[in-house]
Design a protein around this ligand. Structure first.
Ligand code: GLA
Length: 386
């Protein structure tokens, strides 16, 4: 079933599992972030896009408060829960995402009846492409519709964030779900994370003779682990010492003065966020004026900043980036929260094969697990399929 947008297979499997046809089928995409990393929770700027890989859910409301969940992956079997018993921390594995979303909607006062749900996804799990947000966004889009809650995209973004932060326990920002819910084919999502204002920026790599390669290092990461939270804490400390609401309010021109009052580590964390915000703004301007071929140097600078100042890269990500650059990519960087996951490499079509082979060879030589390498293009955000 994986990899198709044909809804008959998921509907049939739903009927076989739960005995009745679903009320509908919804999908939501994963994302890559072109640039703007760890800027979202600093009320800054990000430039992700929704990718052509999606989570799909078939869902049917029940007339009691039971939830029954099954996925085509993850080997968890049928998961059963009662909506009356949901508490932060309930559930395991992928089932935390649909349960977390149902919990967040209930907390907000939406009456959520029980439901049966079948989930399928071709967003690689743990690859830093927001497979978890794809699930959450597909489920919240479905529940928003079938319950008649009628929440707008900005509210859905905040509810999925609450599910992640409070129910799953990952202190993440709003970038991933904004890309998944608000993405559009052929466009990147330029998001101001302070007020959720979105501008869709055309991103047509193909027309510029480029592809965007994703290199999944297979190094797994979890944003519920300490690394992400400690970076966030450093940013909050930096903002507090500098006397601003969020690091969004610090400009590149303020960094010299900041160096006089911040300790060394906090200064480097702050410098990453401040320069990264600036790079996002530059990227948006360049994309508008000259297209995707003009932002390579910004991707490179972003990676260096995450490697050296924010310290969230890892040897596999660095090797993927360096090897891509040495073999023809015009810019490359890790994407997502870091500590593993994927790199992206903006690559001329004629160099794609060379980059792929060189990265696979360099990983083998270094004794790393073979990476998975594929292309992505900007695709539509969450929608109802049937
Ligand atoms: C993860 C989080 C996002 C964002 C990125 C880093 O993907 O879910 O909110 O903070 O890391 O840019």
């Amino acid at each position: 079933m994986t990899g198709t947008t044909d809804t008959s297979a998921i509907s049939l499997r739903f009927k076989e599992t739960f005995g009745q046809a679903p009320d509908g089928v919804w999908q939501a995409p994963g994302r890559v972030n072109l640039i703007g990393e760890h800027t979202d929770y600093n009320e800054g700027f990000v430039l992700p896009f929704a990718i052509d890989r999606t989570a799909r859910v078939a869902l049917r409301l029940r007339d009691d408060s039971r939830v029954r969940l099954l996925s085509t992956f993850g080997g968890q079997g049928l998961v059963e829960a009662s909506l009356d018993d949901l508490r932060p921390g309930s559930g395991q594995g992928w089932s935390r995402y649909p349960l977390g979303v149902a919990w967040a909607l209930q907390e907000r006062g939406v009456v959520v009846p029980g439901f049966d749900l079948l989930l399928d996804s071709d967003v690689p799990l743990g690859a830093g492409l927001s497979s978890s947000h794809a699930i959450e966004c597909a489920v919240i889009t479905a529940l928003n519709e079938v319950t008649g809650a009628g929440l707008g995209a900005e509210e859905l973004v905040l509810e999925t964030q609450r599910a992640e932060n409070l129910f799953v326990g990952a202190p993440t920002g709003i970038m991933d779900q904004s890309a998944s819910l608000r993405g559009a084919k052929g466009h990147a999502v330029f998001l101001d994370c302070r007020d959720q204002h979105v501008d869709l920026v055309p991103f047509d790599a193909e027309a510029s003779g480029l592809v965007l390669l994703v290199i999944d290092t297979k190094v797994s990461h979890s944003h519920a682990d300490g690394g992400y939270a400690s970076r966030r804490a450093s940013c909050e400390l930096g903002a507090q010492v500098l006397g601003v609401r969020a690091l969004r309010d610090v400009g590149v021109e303020d960094l010299e003065e900041a160096a006089g009052v911040l300790d060394g580590t906090t200064l480097r964390r702050v410098r990453h966020v401040v320069t990264e915000n600036d790079r996002v703004l530059q990227a948006v301007e360049l994309l508008g004026a000259q297209g995707p071929g003009s932002i390579g140097h910004l991707l490179d600078a972003s990676h260096a900043s995450m490697r050296d100042d924010f310290e969230i890269s890892c040897p596999e990500l660095d090797l993927a980036v360096e090897t891509s650059r040495a073999n023809g990519s015009i810019g490359a960087r890790m994407t997502g929260g870091g500590f593993g996951g994927s790199a992206i490499a903006l690559t001329p079509v004629g160099h794609e094969q060379q980059v792929r082979s060189a990265v696979v060879r360099s990983f083998a030589r270094a004794g790393f697990t073979e990476p998975d390498i594929f292309t992505v293009t900007p695709a539509a955000g969450a929608l109802r399929l049937a």
